[in-house]
Design a protein around this ligand. Structure first.
Ligand code: NOJ
Ligand code: CA
Length: 696
């Protein structure tokens, strides 16, 4: 057996266990000095002996020939308060083992640091300052995660440039056979293997243990994917290469990101884990008073779903950035980012209590971008002639609303960096404090990937520069989050997954939002852009054949189940005006929380969560269900005993169905206490949303 070969009788296990003793890691150097680890939960092996190490571009990789120089142990226990979050307090409690290794032949030093929590394990490679290892190039990281069986997995294809996939649920042994259909509509340019998948990867063992593999604090390194050896069920690390095929350029002292394995015996345990945040550094921003959760509407769905344009003119050949005289070009008249329409959104936002209005298509360059992959497209400063940046901002501010900036970089990254300071200054000048940025298309410089080290550094550069300007960042198509929002809480959101926009590009699987909180949301909040009320997209754009695979009640629930301090009401005002009674929930729901309780969950099937709004005694509950629907039995025991609450339940009507009857909902009001048990049914692709306000 492979296991015996790795852990031969001479090998000595060095163990470290979690504070409650249930999770443990055993580190071993095998006969020829190969570092390995294994992990167990509740005395059951959950990661079989797995190799550790790095292949370097130069001679003498860091794979074997190691001897143990020393070990150090410590315990850490603190409770910290996030600037915004799912809970007011987060406990960071772990036992740590630092293994100091020396490669005898080269004299090189490599340390491996393990942190063992009650909800999982994080470990990373560290390279102290040393003469024998100064600059080095990682050719391949060889960290393994050896699974103990043919687990069920919720996965998306490994890809260096996009995560905008639906999830596939399958056994590990089925991944190879299903890969082709998993790639579906938005075919990848950079699929690296027929068994390659992305993290955070959610897994479930045959005996009901939930595992989740991801990474934390991805800084100055490339993003990790997993390549499955499906004969042995071993996941091998697959980093994202740079244009020359290398994975990372390092200079000691330095370390890799944390590799993480979460573990729980129930699905809610995975959802409530703070492992990823805890493995990140504390907040580096001293004054965080300018960082505020945001609820917003936007000039957006009109283009994404409604067939209108970001550009001002169709007169493509005559448009050249910086040289085009827009008074000479003919507007096509389908440009929603115009003064009159933006005022309409500002009025709507002010009337219904939204903080901000996103306006996409406000700036020149869009004509030049579509169909071209040019280095220099946008300058992020020049408004189209029908967007009066000063007047619109003044108008918004006079109504207590802000505009939200939009920077589509077109993935021309050097161009963006060239203009970044001026673009942020412009935002400061007009009073914008949040930017939605985006990275559509192949990265320029060509050959770089969205998830490579160079881009990882770029995304963080934008966030840290933004902090100097008191600007919050919500980056779309950026690398998947790994908890960096703890350190830089002005990283208020990311997309980095298949969002609601795909409901108008063919639709998302009804189960999609029952998986995302297990996977994509582990690393940080998602700008999922929920709140679509018209599901038949042909009614919005006669050319469209798409259908939003959700009931209306579930669209409300997503504000609670898809945790984010940045939430959009993504549909157009006209749709909300049709269903004002349901829209009330979106107006009321909080975006920042003192407490969160995951009540019921199973990936792919349902998630129900209750959250307590920041600084209040009010609760909001959301349930999202997959294709089968779900019957909840919900004790409200999280409420204070002895108090009465006014409860409003926005639920699927009995005949609701995401495909055939998505807009059928009921709104019921009742008085509840901590003794109340609600029985609520979520339709197929449905859900429910509840607001519970303390009776004063
Ligand atoms: C893709 C983003 O996800 C979407 O929200 C945005 O509207 C377009 N890019 C254009 O920037
Ligand atoms: Ca996107």
């Amino acid at each position: 057996m492979a296991r015996c070969a790795l852990f031969n009788s001479h090998a000595q296990n060095i163990e470290v266990t979690s504070p409650n003793g249930l999770v443990s890691v055993a580190f071993t150097l095998t006969g020829n000095g190969v570092p390995t680890y294994a992990m167990s939960f509740n005395s059951k092996e959950v990661v079989a002996p797995s190799k550790l190490g790095l292949e370097l571009a130069e001679e003498h990789s860091l794979l074997d020939g190691f001897t143990l120089a020393a070990t150090e142990r410590s315990t850490f226990d603190e409770t910290w308060q996030p600037v915004w979050g799912e809970t007011k307090n987060i406990r960071n409690h772990y036992n740590e083992l630092l293994v100091r290794l020396q490669q005898d032949e080269t004299g090189r030093l490599m340390n491996i640091r393990f942190r063992v929590y009650n909800d999982g394990v994080g470990f990373r490679y560290e390279f102290p300052q040393q003469e024998k290892l100064v600059y080095f190039v990682v050719k391949d990281e060889r960290t393994q995660f050896a699974m103990t069986g043919d687990h069920t997995a919720w996965w998306i294809p490994g890809d260096y440039d996009t995560q905008e996939y639906d999830y596939t649920e399958s056994k590990l042994s089925e991944i190879r056979g299903l890969m082709k259909s998993a790639i579906c509509d938005n075919a990848s340019q950079t699929l690296f293997s027929p068994t390659g998948v992305q993290t955070a990867l959610q897994l479930k063992t045959a005996d009901g243990i939930y595992l989740n593999i991801h990474e934390a604090a991805l800084i100055d390194y490339s993003c990790m994917h997993l390549d499955l050896d499906d004969n042995r069920f071993i996941f091998n690390t697959q980093l994202t290469p740079d244009a020359q095929g290398n994975m990372a350029h390092m200079q000691s002292p330095c370390h890799t990101p944390w590799r993480t394995v979460m573990v729980a015996d129930n699905a809610c345990g995975i959802l409530s884990s703070n492992l990823i945040l805890n493995l990140n550094e504390p907040c580096k921003i001293t004054d965080t008073s300018w960082i505020k959760p945001v609820k917003y509407v936007g000039v957006w769905w009109e283009m994404i779903g409604g067939g209108k344009q970001w550009s001002y003119t169709f007169d493509l050949p005559s448009v050249k950035l910086g040289e085009t005289d827009y008074s000479l070009v003919k507007p096509h008249g389908q440009h929603p980012a115009n003064n009159e329409n933006v005022r309409r959104y500002i009025d709507f936002a002010a009337q219904h209590g939204f903080d901000q209005v996103l306006v996409e298509g406000w700036n020149t360059g869009w004509e030049d971008w579509f169909g071209h992959s040019k280095d220099y497209v946008f300058d992020f400063q020049t408004p189209y002639p029908d967007f009066d940046i000063r007047a619109l901002n003044d108008y918004a501010h006079s109504k207590g609303v802000r505009l939200m900036m939009h920077h589509e970089t077109s993935s021309s990254v050097r161009n963006y960096e060239r203009h970044l300071e001026a673009a942020y200054n412009l935002m400061n000048q007009y009073g914008y404090n949040a930017v939605k940025s985006g990275y559509v298309g192949n990265i320029i410089p060509r050959g770089e990937h969205h998830y490579g080290q160079w881009m990882v550094n770029h995304y963080l550069y934008c966030v840290t520069e933004a902090a100097k300007h008191h600007i919050m960042v919500n980056a779309h198509e950026a690398v998947r989050p790994t908890g960096l929002c703890r350190t830089w809480p002005n990283l208020i959101g990311n997309e980095s997954a298949r969002g609601t926009e795909y409901e108008s590009f063919g639709g998302n699987k009804p189960s999609h939002t029952t998986v995302l909180p297990f996977t994509r949301l582990q690393g940080g909040p998602m700008d999922y852009t929920p709140g679509i009320f018209e599901m038949d997209m042909s009614k919005v754009d006669p050319k469209s054949h798409s259908h939003v695979n959700s009931t209306l009640a579930r669209q409300l629930a997503l504000y609670v189940t898809m945790y984010s301090p940045l939430q959009m009401a993504a549909d157009v005002p006209e749709q909300y005006e049709r269903f004002m009674d349901a829209f009330q929930f979106i107006k009321d729901v909080a975006v920042d929380w003192d407490d969160s309780r995951y009540l019921e969950a199973e990936p792919g099937q349902y998630i129900t969560v209750a959250r307590k709004a920041k600084g209040t005694n009010d609760w909001f509950v959301g349930c999202t269900s997959g294709e089968q629907g779900y019957q909840s039995v919900l004790p409200l025991s999280f409420l204070d005993s002895g108090k009465k609450y006014d409860c409003t339940i926005y639920a699927d009507a009995p005949n609701a169905h995401y495909l055939t009857n998505p807009q059928a909902y009921t709104i019921k009001k009742k008085v509840v206490t901590d003794k109340t048990v609600l029985r609520l049914k979520a339709a197929p692709g449905g859900g429910y949303a509840i607001s519970i306000k303390e009776r004063k």
